[in-house]
Each structure stands twice: as C-alpha cells, then as structure tokens.
Design a protein around this ligand. Structure first.
Ligand code: EPU
Length: 415
C-alpha cells in the first residue's frame, strides 16, 4: 500500500494550480442520469471518488469517456436502477444517484451508506424529502428502495442544512410535476454550481445560494457542456500549508469568494493574503497567532478545513478553541497529531489546542480524507521524517497532492 513520506522544515514557495472541486463534480456527473443526450464536463479532477461515481454510472449502463480532465457521459438507455453495496461502501456520495434515478426512471435501489469515520451520517432527510415528493420508500436488506410513477412537487423543510440531501432533492424535483420549495437548504458553492448545471439543462430553478430553493418541474432536460468550479477545500489546504511553513504561495484557478471564512482566519493568524481575480497569494507570518475555530454550514468556516487549521494552531502562540458543529466525530486526527507532539485536549465537540514550539516527525495513519491532509501539513513543519500511511484516503479527494507540494519545494515523496 502506498505511503507518503515528508521531511519537514521547508517553507512552501511558488505557484500552484487548483483542480476542479470533488464535491461539485460528484453531483454534477450524476445529472447525466437526467437526460438521454451526451454531456461534456470539463475540469473534472482525477480522484478516486470521481472514479467511483464514473464506475457507478457505467454500472447503470451510461457511456462514460474520459480524456484528461474532460468527461463525456451519455445515459441514453439505463439498464439498471441500483447502486450496489460495494460501490456505496467505497464512496457514500453514491447516494447522489437516488434523486436522479427516481426522477428519470421512477425507481431506485441504493445501498444504505453506513456510518463512517467522521460520524453516523444518516440520510433520513434525503428520504423524508423524497417521500414528500410522493416516492414510496422502504428499507429492505440494507437497501433503500424508492419508487414513484411521477414525483409531484411539494414544500419541503430540512431540519438542518444537508449538502448532498439538498442536491438529491434538487435533482429529483427538476423533473417532478409542479412546484417544489426546498427550505433551510445548504448554501454551499457546490449547490449553486449544481443549480447552474441544471438550469443549463433546461430546469427552472431559483434561489440556490440562499436558504430557499424553488423548482418548477419540467417535462425533460437537455445535455450540457459545463466546467466544474475550483476546489475550495484543496485551495484552503494549500493556503494553510503556506501559512504553516512561513511560505509564500500563489494559488491560481481558485475562487476566493468561496473562501472568505478561511481567508479571514488566515489574516487573523497573521498571514498576508492578497487576492488578484482568481489568484490568491498567501505569505506566512513569522509567528502564528492563535484563533478560535467553529465549523458551520457555508458561509461559515468549513468542517472540511478544521483538521488543517488544527495543525496550524498546534504550532501557534497561545491557546485556541475548536468547536465542531457539523460532524460528531471529526477529531480523529487528534491522536495522530499528539503523536507528533501536539498538545490537544478533546471534550465532546470541543478541542483545546495549546501551541507548542515544534512538532517532531513520526509514522502516522488516518482514516478520513481531510485528516490525512492535516497529517501531510503536520509533516511539512515537523522536525525529521513523517510517514503517512493509508494514502488511499488522500487519493479520494486531492489530485496529485504530493506532486503539487513538491512543486512548491516540499521534500515529499510517495512510496
Ligand atoms: N444529516 C442528517 N440527516 C441527513 C443528512 C445529513 O442528520 O439526512 C446531518 C449529518 O449527519 C451532518 C449534517 O447533517 O451532521 C451535515 O451533513 P451533510 O449532509 O451536509 O453532509 P454530506 O452531504 O454527507 C457533504 C460533503 C462533505 C462535507 C459535508 C459538510 C459531499 C460529497 N460531501 O457531505 O465532504 O464535509 O457536506 O460540508 O459533498 C469531504 O469532502 O471530505 C467531505 C466529507
């Protein structure tokens, strides 16, 4: 199994291009199920999770062709309407085929994703919403079985904003009869990106980016050619790495508007952040100041950046308090960071980080994507060698991370 080896102590310097967003690409690729024509998607990142969704679409008998970062998908005749356990187990975002399959073929059988390392992650709100649109839903043998002759629009309130839940409902409602109003929805940029793709396909959808989305169902949708938005979490990870190593990194092809909360925190820790259109330059401070971090739904501070900022605070001056409000178990990186010498105490959904003068390299292992990224960051500042095991988590969500880091001067290699 691959591992990544980092020799700490080098400041990251130079320029890096940000890839397409994983969490935008996954729902966007599943919109191909809503039309018979051939769709073209540009700027699709080369990631394990993207491979998994393409594999699932091919399993449903869609034609999937990849040329570099462009993917063509034609789902003319679907031969199945099932997402099997083996595919959902690999990637829980496979649940995103539920809404489009119901809308297009009136039935779907999708393995229930289990809990994962970061929390229980139920899908009750997806199911409650689809039931409100008239789907009959049963849970049998570990599968969600849903069917409906034609979905009918309704008023749906989400108990909490859910990103993939909102996406599933959007993709179901675009072909439903009548009007659907989705309330208390997620407002992430990936939701706006999905709404944009659906609109270009001919859907009538308004309000994405606000907490209420209104969709008037249409009879059919057309294929599209679209470009995936930049990955704000990959960008945020490189920004944190620049600040952490007292480096000077310019990110290109990113969308600073999507990173306001992260940029604001970086400025508070003392980094110098300059924005020029779609480029952002981050210069690390001599001494990292401590800040408190509370994760919140967008536009709040992203849970997907919490672990990376915890590394930053591990070597800051003073104390910082983390509060994780999205997932109940998203401190799995803490015990590994402690092995590198970080001083972190967890109590419930809070973590107190007391900055230490230095971390020291050691072998580590992570069980989640963003936790793995945080361990690479820790390796960049730790004295000596850090070996990160179970690299497949990283490959799920970061395109060529070690190559990009090496391009910025990090001593990092894969074995
Ligand atoms: N929730 C429910 N019931 C539901 C759905 C969600 O209780 O039916 C709860 C969750 O348990 C959680 C909260 O609502 O406590 C928010 O979860 P959400 O549904 O928004 O998460 P998600 O859609 O499963 C997406 C991203 C995650 C990201 C979260 C939060 C994708 C494919 N995944 O997950 O990304 O952390 O939103 O922003 O978009 C990652 O990329 O590493 C990653 C985990």
């Amino acid at each position: 199994m691959d591992k990544i080896i980092v020799e700490g102590g080098r400041a990251l310097k130079g320029e890096v291009a940000i890839s397409g967003a994983k969490n935008a690409a996954l729902p966007i690729l599943t919109t191909s199920l809503l039309t018979e024509g051939r769709n073209t998607y540009h700027n699709v990142p080369n990631l394990k999770d993207v491979e998994s969704i393409k594999e699932l679409l091919a399993y449903l008998c869609a034609d999937v062709d990849t040329e570099g970062s462009t993917v063509h998908i034609k789902a003319a005749g679907l031969c199945k309407s099932e997402a099997p356990y083996d595919l959902v187990r690999k990637m829980r975002a496979s649940i995103l085929v539920l809404g489009p399959l119901l809308a297009r073929v009136g039935k779907a059988r999708v393995s229930l994703p289990g809990g994962c390392a970061i929390g229980a992650r139920p899908i009750n709100l997806h199911l409650k919403g689809l039931a409100k649109l008239g789907a009959s839903i049963t849970l049998e043998h570990g599968y969600v079985e849903a069917s409906a002759d034609r979905l009918v629009g309704d008023d749906i309130y989400f108990d909490m904003p859910t990103v993939t839940g909102t996406e599933n409902l959007m993709m179901a409602a675009v072909l439903a009869k009548g009007t659907t109003v989705l309330r208390n929805v997620a407002r992430e940029p990936e939701i706006i990106a999905l709404a944009d793709v659906l609109s270009r396909m001919g859907a009538d959808i308004e309000g994405a980016g606000s907490s209420v989305i209104t969709i008037n169902g249409v009879a059919g949708l057309n294929p599209v050619e679209v470009t995936v938005i930049p990955d704000r979490i990959e960008a945020g990870t490189f920004m944190a790495a620049a600040a952490l190593t007292r480096g000077d990194v310019t990110l290109h092809q990113c969308e600073p508007e999507h990173l306001r909360a992260v940029i604001d925190k970086l400025a508070q820790v003392g980094a110098e952040v300059t924005i020029h259109g779609r480029s952002v330059r981050v210069k690390g401070p001599e001494e990292i100041a401590s800040v408190d971090i509370k994760t919140l739904p967008y536009p709040g501070f992203p849970t997907d950046m919490q672990a990376q900022f915890m590394v930053l605070m591990s070597v800051a001056r003073g104390l910082s308090l983390f509060t994780e409000t999205i997932f109940e178990n998203r401190y799995i990186h803490v015990s590994e960071l402690r092995r590198l010498g970080a001083d972190i105490t967890v109590s419930g959904n809070s973590a107190m980080v007391k900055g230490v003068p230095r971390l020291s390299g050691a072998p580590v292992m992570a069980t989640d994507l963003r936790a793995s990224a945080s361990l690479i960051l820790a390796g960049l500042v730790a004295e000596g060698t850090t070996v990160i095991n179970r690299v497949y988590h990283l490959d799920r969500g970061y395109e060529a991370i070690e190559k990009k880091m090496a391009g910025l001067g990090a001593a990092i290699r894969r074995e």
